[in-house]
Design a protein around this ligand. Sequence first.
Ligand code: ADP
Ligand code: ZN
Ligand code: ZN
Length: 747
Amino acid sequence: MTQGRYANIIIDISHEKVDRTFQYKIPKELDGKIEAGMCVQIPFGAGSHLRQGYVIEVTDKAEFPDEKQKEVAGIVTGSMSVETDAIKLAAWMKENYGSTMIAALKTVLPVKQTMKHREKKKITRLLSVEETRSVLGECIRKHQRAKARVLAELCREPVLPCELVTGRLNVAAATLKSLQTQGIISIESESYYRNPVKLETAREAGLVLSKEQADIKDKVLLDFDQGTRKTYLIHGITGSGKTEVYLSLIEGMIERGKQCIMLIPEIALTYQTLLRFYKRFGDRVSVMNSTLSVGEKFDQWERARKGELDVIIGPRSALFVPFPDLGLIIMDEEHENSYKSETMPRYHARETARYLAQMKQASLVLGSATPSLEAYYRAKQGDYELFTLNRRLTGGKLAEVSVVDLRQELKSGNRSIFSRKLQELIEDRLRKKEQIMLFLNRRGYAGFVSCRACGYVMKCPHCDVSLSQHMGGKMVCHYCGYETRQPEKCPSCSSPYLLGFKAGTQQIEQQLYKQFPGIRVLRMDGDTTRTKDSYQKILSAFAEGEADVLVGTQMIVKGHDFPNVTLAGVLAADLSLNDNDYRAGERTFQLLTQAVGRAGRGEKAGVAVIQTYRPDHYSIVKAAGQNYEAFYEEEILYRELGSYPPAAHMMAVLVTAAQEEKGEKLAGQLAVLAKDLWKEEKAKAAVIGPARASIGKINDIYRFVIYCKAFDYGQLILIKDKIEQYLQSLALKEENVQFDFDPVNTL
Ligand code: ADP
Ligand code: ZN
Ligand code: ZN
């Protein structure tokens, strides 16, 4: 492998023009020292400035005469060498999602190599449980909430990983210091923490699995032992024991000497969940998340590579942790949109995990309470093996759900944003000192226009999507560019109350104060969660009973369990139905199912109220009935009729330019190119657009979009490749083109 006199190198510059390998001669002093995957320094460009690059291949085949070849200047020390696997993975991502090779490589590699070890610490309780309880009581009286949080945990667990306490439990280092000086806890560092004998005692064995759980575990491991590698989908409501199955599968893999990647969306990486993994696998497990510094990330990689870890938990980037002998990838909450990257390459972790699993001979397990249409479709087609868990193992019944028709409310003279039913229930809960979650189903931008009297939403006559409100009383279709003026009256019922829907969480909060004097409200939305810790802070405060109501956007439907919440209200369930893309129904169903599931997690029974203008829409009806299967059947019909994913594949081509005309012109050219290509190939598919993107301008950059739909993914890649070639021939400076395959959000 290290034989050869030449190195083919990808230069570390993200630009289409240099997105190919360049050949360099390997000088005598580096003979035999350079191998594929290494990061090296090379002279590049007219000035022969030193640049970094990645060696893709070492070869004896000269691409051009020796005397013309520049030499590799040196190896970048301390760098991580890119395994051939990583290069393969990057190449696959480049091909399937459209990006430069260097952007793909950077996605699968840790960005920087500066090593900075953070000490790993653990906290040990020094007092007995009784003594700790009494200190805890004192802290509660003194309103020392952070201290109380740690102490409450320490009553349950004698030893806690420090990172978990400062991170997920949101306790400041100073607070811990103070507990230490008081002699209540001790804080010890890494070497001690890593002592396996000590940890054994803190470890906890798994629960005895139920028959349904054990069946899943046995089947996956049996397949594995017999050399069968598959993708499995576990469809199970929250609390049905999926995580317990994951834990037992990981255990099985560890027994077999394999490592596992556990993907969990960052927002669902709660303290309780992490603790379960720590308790089960001790310091053989580590967490990756966005708060880690580059140095820390690199550290994790090194630990994984050296065999110090068996499990890594994290969001989609955890997929790229280089385990020597990967056996299993688990992807919890498989339907989450955060599994799709929003930057180039716009990869989806599910598909990437599948490719990685194939490459590494690993199994793949997906889990969700509301599987994505993609996953369920594949399961139905027999590509994935489907398992169902439909029992809550800790009791706690599913909430009783009522659907309230907002049109009727207005008719009966109720102009409040709360229906009469919801008002009654709120009052009742306030009396009983139980907690409430109110949830606004809103995705922020694209304000559509609807009628307050009948709920009618202005739609594009050509596309069956809602029109978006633009400046100057205009409404525009983001799929086809159709444009019209906003009418004076509702076309359906002639009411003059037309509204660009923007009613936000803040208005709801104010309305609560007005209608329920003395009510204590916490609000969680984009505004209140700007700083890094605010998200955790709000959730902790609510968990500790500092408020009666938590009002928020979709952020609040995930993660934390609040046993005292017995009422969940969805204020305008159909808002997300009006998102102008084909996933609106699916997203609505998922959000409602999750929202409804927030009530009644504890001992007390829960009730949920869904307020809507469209009580008959299948997404709402099926969510209220908590019937996934029935929802799927309706939704897949719609996808098949419209040739939307997963029935077909879709590629969005996003063109951006500082000058509007230039962007428009290029988008037009690319659309023609794509259409011509279809003609030549006589393939059956559609090219839609170009149209203005749903956010037409960001930072003074204009955005245009073309959509291509095809049954065969390969056909889309064909178009993408053709567009890439064409762009290279143009050598554009100002315009930029990006691809998004099977997009999860409207561009
Ligand atoms: P999910 O991941 O589907 O939400 P969990 O695995 O977290 O479900 O399980 C929900 C609850 O049920 C947890 O409190 C867990 O401890 C408990 N549980 C899970 N499996 C079992 C089992 N086999 N026996 C008893 N309790 C269980
Ligand atoms: Zn349209
Ligand atoms: Zn109307």
